[in-house]
Design a protein around this ligand. Structure first.
Ligand SMILES: Cc1cc2nc3c(=O)[nH]c(=O)nc-3n(C[C@H](O)[C@H](O)[C@H](O)COP(=O)(O)OP(=O)(O)OC[C@H]3O[C@@H](n4cnc5c(N)ncnc54)[C@H](O)[C@@H]3O)c2cc1C
Length: 462
């Protein structure tokens, strides 16, 4: 590309000039950029991957602009304060504090964090009675054995199979009481379906346990995860409400068309969520390489949704970190976090995952709250108060995410994440949680993927 104009048709160029002058942007022409040796990078998406890449590149002398479709930054990190206190509707935890880069940022920036003690929970049977610690512990041991056996069955299988099928085979020699069955199902819901955002029928038995993890406890940001986002975003040029629709690249640069204008650069880093890439809403010209597109098609987006309920006062045992409710038969709301331990406000956070989360997201807020209140009344009595206010997330319906995080279904492979991460023509780079082979589906994985692509660009002889 000898000049920016050659990438734009005249109409687009006029549109862009108009837009640039309205918002006071000044875009150097390509020749000037080359002279100034300052490479211009467009980063698509102001989630943690995009902001991590932006910060790293800007610190290394690149000229960076981030294009964000929403009217806020942070993406799947979203701290809401409409209930009168901060609560995270997207990511909540730093998973594994030891050497975790997000924990390091929190320490560097003096941001308060608080651990969650997942052993400190109460579990209630479907009759509303508390389950003893002994029964909880022994059911967890049974759960672990079942999963270990399912994993080794899968390892010895020549073909991948669903985790549900592998568990089914591993269960054949096991006789469980009805309560043990319910408890094991509760663990599977909590540790697998909610954690991966997908049903056992959809998870690959070969890959459900992919990736690495950091040691140590999981920590919450009582004052909001967005403190990390705001720290990373400092002094970065971020253009909000720029919904990217088309990404064009050539051997010498590229242009990005949003619903409000056109932007050009030497390179772009795409941090769009897998769900957005799968939707086909973004046009790539030239189209993405067949292998990358096939990886996008094979990987899947899971769903974890939350319901936050604020009550006039606490009616649950105060010192426990979480509460579990076993259900008979049909899936139901079974896992709650005691938010009052983090904000000192009387609030609970309920979690749903997989197809149950998708099903629930079709209901009205009123219907969802009714359903939760039925469970809470069963366990704490009819006299408990109604919530004063509530927030229901529907990440699966969010057009800027189409889900919560990625997982590998049967037929997928963790090398799909590498294919997704592969740059195209040294002009288009890819970051985001789904591109992280080591730490998929996490904040730290997304963050490290942004740094990875920034370094790739810094080290390239572009
Ligand atoms: C409910 C929930 C709970 C979670 N819990 C945890 C947790 O406790 N711990 C943890 O480590 N991880 C958790 N995660 C996962 C974690 O939030 C993500 O892995 C991480 O935030 C992804 O960052 P990212 O930068 O890859 O993507 P995103 O944060 O999604 O950033 C992508 C950005 O692109 C923007 N975008 C999308 N489409 C367009 C478009 N067309 N044009 C322009 N911009 C666009 C989006 O608005 C977004 O800002 C959770 C996620 C959810 C949803």
């Amino acid at each position: 590309m000898s000049s920016i104009k050659s990438l734009l048709n005249r109409r687009r160029f006029l549109q862009f000039s108009l837009f640039a002058s309205t918002v006071g942007l000044s875009w150097a022409c390509a020749e000037n950029r080359v002279q100034s040796q300052q490479k211009k990078v467009l980063i698509i998406g102001a989630g943690i991957a995009g902001l991590a890449a932006a910060r790293e590149l800007q610190q290394n002398g690149f000229q960076v602009t981030v294009l964000e479709g929403r009217d806020r930054i942070g993406g799947r990190i979203y701290s809401d304060r409409s209930l009168g206190f901060p609560v995270d509707l997207g990511a909540s935890w730093i998973h594994g504090i030891t050497d975790n880069p997000i924990g390091n940022l929190a320490r560097e920036w003096n941001i308060a964090i608080k651990p969650t003690d997942f052993d400190n929970i109460l579990l209630y049977g479907s009759n509303g009675k508390l389950i003893s610690d002994r029964d909880i512990d022994s059911s967890y041991e049974i759960y672990e054995k079942i999963i270990d056996r399912a994993e080794s069955l899968a390892e010895n299988s020549e073909k991948d199979l669903s985790l549900a099928a592998a568990i089914q085979q591993s269960l054949t020699s096991q006789t469980l009481t009805p309560q043990q069955t319910q408890l094991v199902q509760w663990w599977m819901n909590s540790e697998l379906i909610i954690d991966r955002g997908a049903d056992l029928e959809n998870l690959s038995a070969w890959w459900f346990d992919e990736g690495e993890s950091f040691d140590g406890d999981d920590y919450i940001f009582p004052q909001g995860y967005d403190q990390i986002i705001n720290g990373l975003a400092k002094n970065i040029d971020i253009q909000r409400q720029q919904k990217v629709m088309e990404i064009n690249t050539s051997n010498s640069g590229g242009s990005v068309t949003t619903d409000r204008g056109n932007f050009t650069a030497d390179v772009a880093i795409v941090t769009l969520p897998l769900g957005v890439l799968k939707s086909g809403n973004i046009k790539f010209d030239p189209p993405l390489p067949a292998q990358k597109q096939a990886a996008i098609n094979r990987l899947n987006m899971g769903v974890l949704n939350k319901v936050v309920l604020k009550f006039p006062q606490k009616f649950w045992p105060e010192d426990y970190h979480g509460f579990g409710y076993l259900s008979e038969g049909e899936a139901d709301f079974g896992e709650f976090l005691n938010w009052s331990l983090y904000s000192e406000k009387p609030a609970l956070m309920a979690f749903t995952g997989g197809s149950f989360a998708r099903q629930i997201s079709q209901l009205s807020e009123e219907e969802i709250i009714d359903r939760i209140m039925r469970i809470l009344r069963q366990n704490y009595g009819d006299r408990i108060p109604e919530p004063e206010s509530a927030i229901v997330t529907r990440w699966n319906q969010d057009p800027f995410a189409f889900g919560s995080y990625s997982y590998i279904p049967v037929g997928g492979d963790s090398s799909d994440r590498d294919l997704l991460a592969e740059p195209v023509n040294q002009r288009l780079f890819f970051a985001g949680e789904a591109t992280s082979r080591d730490y998929p589906s996490t904040v730290h994985g997304a963050y490290l993927s942004g740094i990875r692509e920034a370094k790739r660009l810094i080290n390239s002889n572009m």
